[in-house]
Design a protein around this ligand. Sequence first.
Ligand SMILES: [Zn+2]
Ligand SMILES: [Zn+2]
Length: 704
Amino acid sequence: MEVPLLRFQSLTPDQIQNHNNCSFPFLFPMSKCLEQRILFSGYGFSFNKTKWKKNPFWEIKCCSLDRGLQPRPKPKPAKVDIDVSVRSNFVRRPSVGLCSQIEKLVLFARYREALDLFEIFEIEGGFDVGISTYDALVNACIGLRSVRGVKRVFNYMIDNGFEFDQYMRNRVLLMHVKCGMMIDARRLFDEMPERNLVSWNTIISGLVDVGDFMEAFRLFLNMWEEFSDAGSFTFAVMIRASAGLELISIGRQLHACTLKMGIGDDIFVSCALIDMYSKCGSIEDARFVFEEMPEKTTVGWNTIIAGYALHGYSEEALDMYYEMRDSGVKMDHFTFSMIVRICARLASVEHAKQAHAALIRHGFGSDIVANTALVDFYSKWGRIEDARHVFDKMASKNVISWNALIGGYGNHGRGSEAVELFEQMIQERMNPNHITFLAVLSACSHSGLSERGWEIFQSMGRDNRIKPRAMHYACMIELMGREGLLDEALALIRGAPFKPTANMWAALLTACRVNENFELGKFAAEKLYGMEPDKLNNYIVLLNIYNSAGNLKEAADVVHTLKRKGLRMRPVCSWIEVKRRPHVFLSGDNRHPQRKEIYQKVDKLMLEISKYGYVPNQKTLLPDVDEQEERVRLYHSEKLAIAFGLISTPYWAPLQIVQGHRICGDCHEAIKLIARVTGREIVIRDAGRFHHFKHGHCSCEDYW
Ligand SMILES: [Zn+2]
Ligand SMILES: [Zn+2]
C-alpha cells in the first residue's frame, strides 16, 4: 500500500499553492483512489507489512506521539512571581490578593468580573502579575470570546515586559485563535522563536475552524517536515479538514495513517472519521468505523445518526437512535434535536412525541435547540397548540424559535395569531430576520390580511433595514392574487429593484390560474419558460389554463412541446404513516394488501359526501400527473391514502399525508367534505404548502 503522507511530503507548499485551484485530487491518480476504496470499503482493512517497513512512519512508536502534546505543568505562582520580579526592570507592586481573586473568579467561570478586576492593573500599572494569573485571564478571554479582552490582556503583557515561555506563547496563540483573530494568530505563530506540537495543533485547528482547509493542509505538511510526528488530535483535525474539502481520498489516507500509528481507536479520530465518511457520501465506511469503536460515546452515536440523516436515511437514523437508547449511553441535546428533526421529515408524530417525552425525562426540557425543533415539528403538522405549549415553556428563545411558531400559525391559516406573535416578538426586542418576514407575510397572504401584509412589507426596509428579497415579493404577489388584484401584482413585479425571479412569475401564474385570467397567465408562463425551460410544472399549469378556457389548439401545442422536450408526467405518490410504518400510494394503485377495503372506503366516502353537494368535477384542472386511465383519475393517491388512514386509525386520530405534487381541485373539494363527514383533521403537505382540513374547511382558503 502506498504511504500516504509521503506524497504530501514530496510537495513543497508552493506546489500545493499553485495547484490550489484544482485542489488535492491531482495528487491521487484515480487507480489509487479505487485501490483504497477496496481497502477501506469497510470490511477487512489490511496493509502490507514488508512495504510498510520502507516508509518513514516505520520508526514511529506510539509513545513518541505523546511527546510535546501534554500541556506543560503550570509553575507554582509564588515562584514565578519572584522570577519575574528579579528579571524585570519595572517597579513591582505586590498584587497577590488581586491576582488570586482574578484566578478564583475565572475558576468559577465569572469571566466578565475577572476582566473587570483586571482593569485595576491596566489603570494603575506596574503590578506584579504572575503566569497563573495571565493563564486565568487567557481562559476568561476564551470563555467570553472577547476580542477586546484579548487585546487588553496581550497589550498589558507586552507593555509590562512579560517574558514569554513556550507554554505562555502557546496560550496566547490559543487565545487569539479561539477568539477568531486568525490574522493576528498567524502573525504570532510565524514570529514564534520555537514551535512545539501544541503550537502547530493550535494554529492548524484554528484554520480548520474558520474553513481555511487548504492552508491547514499546507501547514500540516510543514509540520510533518519539521517533526515527522503528529498525534491523534492533529489527525482528527486534518480528517475534519478533508471532510470540509469533501475529499474522501485524502480522508482515507489519513485514516490509513491513524491505523498505522495505532491511534485509529482514539475517540476523537473515530468521530472525525465517521463524520468525514458520511459527509463525503460513504455511509457504509462511516458505519464500519462506528462499529469498530471500542467504546461508543455519545458523540460517536450522534455523528453516525447525523450521517444517516444527512443522506436521507431517516428510518435507519431512527433505528440507530433506539439502539443508542437501549445501549444505555447518555443522550444529549444534540441527539434529541436531531431526532425531532428526523421525525419531522418522516412526518411521524408518534416518534416525535416519544422523543419529546425522552427529552424532558433526560433533563433537556429547557434546551433551546431541541425545543425549537419541537416547535417547528408540531407547528408543521398542525399541532399548533402543542407547538405553542412548548414555545411558552421555553426559558429563552432565539429568532428561529419565533420563526417556527409564526410560520406554523401561517401554514395553518391562522394569520391573525401569526401577526400577533410577530408584534409580540418586536415588543420583546427580538430582531426579526428575513425568514421571520417571510413567515409573517405568507401568514397574511394565507389569511387574506392584505392591508396588514402591506404594512409589514413596507416596514421591512424602513424599520428593520432588511431588503425585501424575491421570496418576499412572491409572497406579496400571492397576497394580491388572492384579492384578485392581478394588475397590481404585475406592477409589483415590474417595480422590483432586481430582475424578477422564477418564483415571482410562478406566483403570478398561480394567481392567474385561480382568477382565471388566461391572457396574463399565458404571459407569465412564457416568462417562466425562458427561465425554467425544463420544469414540467410550468407547462402543466399552462395546459390547465388552456384547457379551462377551451383553447384546445393551444393546449395541444403545449402537449406537443412537452413530447418534443421529452418531459414526461410521472406517476406521483402520497404517503401516510400508520403505526409507525409509512404506506405509499400511487394513483389507481393496486399493490396494497388491503386494496379491496381501501377502494370500498373511497367509494363509500364519495357516496357520503355527494349528499353534501359533492359532484365529481369533470372539468377539473389536471393535477401534475398523467391521467391516461379512468381508474387513475377517479382514485388519486391522496384519496387512497386518506381512505387507508381512516380505516386503520382510531376515530380521533388526525391524518397526516405527504405528497410531492400539487393537490388537484377535485381532491381538495372532496377532502374538505371528508373532513366534515368523518370529523377528522386531515393535514396534507403537497408540493407548495400545507393544507389543514378541518370541519369542511381548508387552511389555504382554496388558494393554492
Ligand atoms: Zn386529486
Ligand atoms: Zn387547501
